[in-house]
Design a binder for this molecule. Structure first.
Ligand code: GLU
Length: 361
């Protein structure tokens, strides 16, 4: 008799454990159910977080971010490249793209600006893909410089090397190492790679290119020093010209959102289904983005958002929430570091309100 009741108790406990487990699973896989019954606080928290990513919630937060920051007048367009100074400062577009290709957007998401430094991410991806992780780390470097993105002295301070692929020195170096028989083929490959990330043919901004290529002495000097130190993979002046071309490709917030989502989706473009970067290289490029993606404000950015990101002086920002979201924002006025003012504010707001800071998961 006693044996039977022990067994019944055991079975009863088993059934209870099983129903708690099932309840947890149901809560985690839906967006509408409320936590009921004997659930732990941990499970409730997870359920709430999942709920916060409903389509309605994403659209609400996106609208809030847009309304809150659209009239912000801080910062100003970059003017050291003359064509950037005349871009419409009012452009403000935000696009979020999930790894399964769902797009949420608001504002001027089709307005195009030159990609500038954000292109450095995609050329570095090509070096990872063609030459491997070690090559990028050893030949170019993956440390922050603590100095301006176009610094020449940083090269000397780092033993005659660039310190990462997102400062101009490292970016021109990365461009020089893309495998090709000549600079024409190198440029074609770099352009096609950015198209693949965006899932469309991107436009080329002749005006920005002309403005920059005729005023490019600092970048040429950087390339020549690196060449003298045996760090370049091809002719330094040709590589500088190809680098200037890659910076002159036009992107919209929508394009940046898709490009970011390709990294959030482990290297496969959710729009086209094309695999562009091997999955094993994705954490490597994201690590450099986390360390050095927002110029001398990279630490504050990571502190505020926890996301690997990259900005450019054209006013674009691309941020990646691995496995969850690609974020693309365009707004030309920049802060003193060279990062889009509205872009940073909007991204920080969205990441915080949606609870998608990767370091808080
Ligand atoms: N093409 C620009 C330069 O070389 C890129 C700068 C940037 O966006 O950081 O100065």
């Amino acid at each position: 008799m006693e044996k039977v009741s022990k067994r019944q108790n055991f079975l009863k406990k088993g059934v209870m454990t099983l129903s708690v487990a099932c309840a947890s699973l149901i809560l985690l896989s839906t967006t509408t159910l409320e936590a009921k019954g004997p659930l732990t606080t941990e499970v409730k928290t997870q359920a709430v977080q999942k709920t916060s990513l409903s389509e309605e919630r994403i659209n609400t937060v996106l609208k809030e971010a847009y309304e809150k920051f659209k009239n912000n007048q801080d910062g100003k367009n970059a003017d050291y490249i003359k064509a950037l100074a005349i871009v419409d400062s009012k452009i403000f577009g935000i696009t979020l793209v999930t790894p399964n290709g769902k797009v949420y957007e608001i504002g001027d998401t089709k307005a195009e600006v030159s990609i500038q430094s954000i292109s450095k991410v995609f050329t570095a991806c090509m070096v990872l893909q063609e030459k491997g992780n070690k090559f990028l780390q050893e030949k170019i470097g993956v440390n922050a410089t603590g100095l301006a993105f176009n610094s020449i002295i940083a090269i000397e301070l780092h033993g005659g090397s660039a310190s990462n692929p997102f400062v101009n020195a490292g970016a021109i170096q990365a461009t020089s190492w893309v495998e090709a028989k000549d600079s024409k083929e190198r440029w074609a490959k770099i352009y096609a790679n950015m198209d693949d990330f965006a899932g469309k043919k991107l436009n080329f901004n002749e005006e920005v290119y002309d403005s920059e290529v005729n005023d490019n002495k600092n970048n040429q000097a950087i390339a020549k020093i690196l060449d003298a130190r045996g760090r370049m993979g091809s002719d330094p002046l040709e590589a500088t010209t190809v680098y200037t071309k890659q910076c002159s490709v036009n992107v919209s917030a929508h394009d940046l959102g898709v490009m970011a989502s390709t990294l959030a989706n482990h290297g496969t473009n959710p729009k086209t289904g094309k695999k562009i970067l091997d999955e094993k290289h994705v954490p490597k490029i994201l690590a450099v983005m986390a360390t050095a993606g927002l110029y001398d404000n990279a630490g504050d950015w990571l502190y505020n958002t926890g996301t690997p990101a990259k900005s450019g002086v054209g006013g674009g920002i691309l941020a990646v929430v691995p496995g969850k979201m690609g974020i693309g924002i365009v707004s030309p006025p920049l802060d003193k570091f060279g990062n889009s003012v509205r872009g940073q504010l909007a991204a920080e707001y969205i990441i915080e309100k949606l609870g998608i800071n990767p370091l808080a998961q």
